[in-house]
Design a binder for this molecule. Structure first.
Ligand SMILES: [Zn+2]
Length: 190
């Protein structure tokens, strides 16, 4: 039998995605907390580009915090996650595209893989490996922030300062969540 696909496996891939300030990390940490209560072995990872708060912790906007490992590439996850029942990944949009096959192999080996990340960049374009991860996931949860302009449900992270760059971490005050209508009316006005 292929070592990466056991018949008894109950592996799954879950994706939690949305704009900035949509509560993705909070939802990820909520799911992890329930796994901990169930005495499952959880390993939490984030890309080492994310140094906003602490290199060794994932912190939500609500202040919830859990220890994690920062890794430089998705290939490092396979070994580091080998003993885990549950593999959780935050800010997954910053990983390389190999993250898709890494997550599939982890799920095929019976692990529950939970991924949180931005679905789109500030130009409203699909971000990094998230689109492919959504395609191969068993479950996708889109969470939504509130539009900073009108209070409707937001769909994208709008970059306040004019730049063509993608979303950069540590600059969250430079972004605000906007609904589709406000996003295009503000973009068109510029
Ligand atoms: Zn709006």
């Amino acid at each position: 039998m292929n070592a990466t696909h056991q018949k008894t496996s109950k592996g799954t891939i879950e994706v939690i995605c949305g704009s900035m300030f949509s509560g993705k990390t909070e939802e990820l940490l909520r799911r992890i907390h329930r796994c901990v209560l169930a005495h499952l072995r959880v390993e939490l990872f984030k890309p080492d580009t994310d140094q906003r708060y602490k290199p060794d912790a994932v912190v939500s906007h609500m202040g919830r915090e859990l220890p994690c490992q920062s890794v430089s590439s998705s290939s490092a996850l396979t070994l580091l996650a080998s003993a885990a029942d549950v593999v959780a990944i935050d800010e997954a949009q910053f990983f390389d595209l190999e993250l898709v096959s890494v997550c599939q192999n982890l799920a095929n080996a019976g692990k529950r893989v939970i991924i949180a990340g931005l679905d789109m960049d500030s130009n409203a374009q699909p971000f990094g490996p998230i689109p492919q991860l959504m395609a191969v996931a068993d479950q996708v949860s889109k969470v939504q922030a509130i539009c900073a302009n009108c209070g409707d449900l937001a769909y994208v992270s709008y970059r306040i300062s004019k730049s063509d760059s993608l979303v950069y971490l540590g600059e969250k005050k430079e972004y605000k969540p906007l609904c589709r209508s406000c996003y295009f009316s503000i973009s068109d006005a510029q």
